[in-house]
Design a protein around this ligand. Structure first.
Ligand SMILES: [Zn+2]
Length: 346
């Protein structure tokens, strides 16, 4: 299953000004991944003009919103918020830089997670609300990580309401969204990789909804259920399908599942879906792997270095990619044979 990602932000942190970038929490540490990941044997892809290290310069960032796989886009500060505009598809996401603490003072919503040393620039990973942001140009995020009290000087934060794909009570609308998904080219491609359930996709029932589930794999029926009344974007709907199908695939392929599980490094981010839950982490790693392979399916976007960013969020994604890319569905993938074999999680 996949649940709503509940983000519990740390309380007000007022550590005052410090002279260097603050130390990341123990769950994270600086790692050198650039060399391992960039120098796979796929020189052509690594040399691509869209190499992620170039794209992460300026106001570019890779952002994972609400636990979803990371997507590239631009970050802009707007008063007390940061707005993320995805390059490819999807609506802008507004991320307030602070929240109101109990004493009506502002508490910074920015937390430095990790500094990744890579050539030529360091990259910074931040939590901002329910997003994880990776960027080489941290700007206001770095300022607030250094000096959280600066949130008092910002203009008001604004936010966008999270509208769901279907109104809560409208079952017909929810079914229509599911049927549209089920007959889409996206679903075709995911089914061709991870297999076809015996029954059409259904709706998560009342009990599942009460438990906060966005999707379920129902083993006995061999069917998937989704909940468009609680899902807020097409990207989340697609990811929920990939995640539930991954559960099915893991069940149908116990040997491969055991092999993926054997090399699995735990998720370090306690706010990330799959934390401290091996089965969920495995399903999430497979769903992230499918997203990576789709995102890098054209020559322009086939950047193997991007995999390190996925792996940092959900360890196990790299191994899952190396397995999936041998499947017939990816026979023509531009990274075929070009995924570096070294582990990138630590
Ligand atoms: Zn799950």
């Amino acid at each position: 299953m996949i649940r709503l990602l509940l983000i519990v932000l740390a309380g007000a942190l007022s550590i005052g000004a410090v002279s260097a970038v603050p130390t990341p929490p123990p769950a994270y540490r600086a790692v050198e991944t650039g060399a391992d990941v960039a120098r796979g044997d796929s020189a052509s892809a690594g040399d691509s003009a869209s190499a992620i290290k170039e794209r992460l310069a300026g106001d570019f960032a890779l952002v994972s919103v609400a636990g979803l796989p990371p997507v590239p886009g631009r970050l802009m500060q707007s008063a007390g918020s940061v707005v993320f505009e995805p390059i490819e598809e999807g609506d802008p996401v507004v991320l307030p830089l602070f929240q109101m603490a109990r004493d009506s003072r502002r508490a910074s919503a920015v937390r430095l997670l990790q500094v990744v040393e890579s050539d030529p620039d360091s990259r910074f990973l931040f939590h901002l609300g329910n997003a994880v942001i990776e960027t080489a140009a941290p700007g206001i995020l770095r300022d607030l990580a250094l000096e959280p009290s600066r949130v008092q000087d910002l203009d008001s934060a604004w936010t966008a309401s999270d509208r769901t794909l279907a109104p809560g009570v409208d079952t017909a609308a929810a079914i229509a969204i599911i049927r549209e998904l089920e007959t889409s080219a996206y679903a075709d491609s995911i089914f061709s990789v991870l297999g076809y359930p015996a029954h059409p996709i259904g709706l998560v029932d009342e009990r599942g909804i009460r438990a906060g589930r966005l999707g379920e794999y129902l083993t006995r029926r061999d069917s998937i259920a989704l909940s468009p009344s609680y899902i807020t974007s097409r990207a989340q709907l697609r990811h929920a399908l990939a995640h539930e199908l991954a559960h099915r695939w893991l069940r149908e392929n116990p040997e491969s599942a055991a092999s993926l599980s054997a090399s699995l490094q735990p998720i370090r981010d306690s706010l990330r879906y799959g934390y401290a839950d091996r089965e969920e982490q495995l399903a999430e790693a497979l769903a992230f792997a499918v997203h990576f392979l789709q995102s890098t399916a054209s020559n322009e976007t086939a950047d193997p270095e991007l995999l390190a960013s996925y792996e940092r969020l959900v360890p196990g994604t790299g191994e899952a990619v190396r397995m999936l890319i041998t499947f017939p569905a990816y026979a023509l993938h531009p990274l075929g044979g070009g995924i570096p074999m070294s582990r990138v999680s630590d």
